[in-house]
Design a protein around this ligand. Structure first.
Ligand code: FAD
Length: 462
């Protein structure tokens, strides 16, 4: 290993290779203790990374790409025998092109810095998630991140026009196009988006920008049945004429915890015993006109008895307070230990699915609790389960209950967080044997020695 590290230092410079305490003083991943990688390599350019990977490929040395380490499936966690590759020194915003409406960035730029660079020039980069301050655009691309605005702008995949990545053997694949339409054969960049560092390491990207919207209207509404939640979604989506930018639903199980009087609870602006709470946001270009229209629509859904209560945010502070309830995942500390799930399924299947898993969990663990919230407009639910234990065998039993029930419904065990290590052994519940075989053959072609993030996403063949 030392011989390899000496070669890397020649390429990356003295600060480019971290070892010893410089490694162990860093986190392995979100909530995963100290980093155990043999060393952390910090390239400054695509060319440097290419040289490093060429050497790793020849030596059969495994590597793990790391961005902001906010991923939730242990995808960036490196073993003591592996080298971590941090993109933190590749953090330049290279170019904002106002005519193409694109932003060209290096992969290590934090998402928030991308958003701010776009906003300074009068544009918006609409990808948004709670970890925006730490998560990098490279990590967002590698996980095909979703977040709060997917209902309007799509996943990260829809926001990337061009991309540069380095393959396992050091080959640079540069596809830094700014065009929206590009049907010149296979869309190679899509292979890297969502592949969690197993097919290549993303180094640069051309991002698609949107106009910066100046109006924002937000309401927290309550309904008494799931049918009314879906009626509300369809009504608001249709009547807002493209302005709907968030439709987040909180089941009572989540809402009461997120607004409890405990240490982590937020103040509730309305009664806490409604079955469903919905945070709706619309964004447009004229605050006065858009607010009037938004309020008119809310009056209409009240009159039609689709909603039974509502609180409209009248200031940015009130808007933030409503979002803090929705984003209050810390409230689950009161239920610790907990298991987090990020599933998706067709909206008409949701109620039946949730009733089925709750019944099985409470039958097996009478003290079991299930909290549910999520990006319902995208078919994405976050399910949080507490059984009063984090015993691995019982965790596996809960996983089986949650994931196996998705298979007959063609649901997905990962709506946005990816597979990593955590969900790897359950992939067959969401992908057919033929799909997994094709994934394996892609991996074999692009990384024949299996040095990129080994053991993640696809289980090793035994
Ligand atoms: C509070 C909180 C809220 C969150 N909310 C959301 C949400 O709403 N939606 C959502 O989708 N996710 C969410 N996440 C999860 C996480 O923020 C995303 O998965 C994010 O995209 C990860 O980016 P990262 O830079 O931290 O990547 P990391 O965690 O460092 O890495 C994630 C994976 O990508 C690989 N990788 C990282 N960089 C590269 C690269 N340059 N090239 C190739 N592979 C790479 C890693 O090997 C790993 O497999 C949340 C996380 C937290 C902590």
């Amino acid at each position: 290993m030392q011989q390899l590290l000496d070669q890397f230092e020649q390429i990356l410079g003295a600060n480019g290779v971290l070892t010893g305490e410089d490694v162990s003083s860093r986190e392995a991943g979100w909530g995963r203790g100290a980093c155990e990688a043999a060393a952390i390599l910090r390239p400054r350019s695509t060319e440097e990374l290419s040289q490093v990977l060429k050497i790793c490929h020849e030596a059969g040395q495994p590597v793990v790409a790391q961005g902001g380490k906010t991923g939730m499936v242990d995808g960036c966690v490196a073993k003591p025998s592996e080298l971590a590759i941090s993109l933190e020194r590749m953090n330049r915003v290279e170019e904002l092109d106002p005519l193409s409406r694109t932003l060209t960035v290096e992969a290590g730029v934090p998402l928030q810095a991308v958003q701010e660079a776009a906003e300074e020039a009068g544009f918006s980069f609409p990808l948004d998630l709670g970890a925006r301050g730490s998560a990098t655009i490279g990590g967002n691309i590698a996980t095909n991140a979703g977040g709060n605005r997917v209902i309007r702008h799509g996943m990260t995949r829809n926001l990337v026009l061009g991309l540069e990545a380095v393959l396992a053997d050091g080959t640079i694949i540069s596809s830094m196009s700014k065009v929206i339409k590009n049907n010149a054969a296979y869309d190679i960049k899509q292979l890297f988006i969502g592949s969690e560092g197993t097919l290549g390491i993303v180094t640069r990207a051309v991002l698609k920008l949107s106009p910066l919207l100046s109006s924002q209207n937000t309401v927290l509404a309550a309904t008494d049945s799931f049918d009314k939640v879906t009626e509300l979604l369809n009504y608001m989506d249709r009547e807002l004429g493209g302005q709907l930018s968030a439709f987040e639903v909180m089941w009572n199980s989540y809402y009461t915890l997120a607004t409890s009087e405990g240490e982590y609870g937020r103040q509730s602006p309305m009664e806490r015993d409604y079955p469903y709470y919905i945070l709706i946001e619309a964004m447009g270009t004229d605050q006065t006109r858009d607010a009037e229209h938004f309020e008119l629509l809310l009056e209409q859904v009240f009159e039609r008895e689709i909603i039974i209560d509502a609180v409209i945010a009248k200031s940015q502070k009130e808007r933030d307070e409503l979002w803090e309830i929705r984003d209050n995942i810390l409230c689950f500390i009161e239920w610790f230990p907990v298991f987090l799930y990020d599933i998706s399924l067709a909206i008409p299947d949701m109620e039946r699915y949730l009733a089925g898993i709750e019944e099985k969990i409470v039958a097996r663990w009478p003290q079991g609790r299930v909290g549910i919230f999520g990006h319902l407009g995208d078919g994405n639910l976050h399910v949080v389960v507490s059984i009063g234990s984090d015993d691995p065998q019982q965790h596996h039993e809960v996983n089986e209950i949650i994931y196996s029930a998705l298979a007959p419904l063609n649901g997905s065990l990962s709506a946005e967080h990816g597979i990593g290590l955590e969900k790897r052994d359950y992939l067959q519940y969401s992908r057919t044997a033929e799909e997994i075989a094709l994934m394996r053959s892609l991996k074999q072609t692009m990384d024949p020695k299996g040095i990129l993030n080994p053991g993640k996403v696809l289980a090793p063949v035994t």
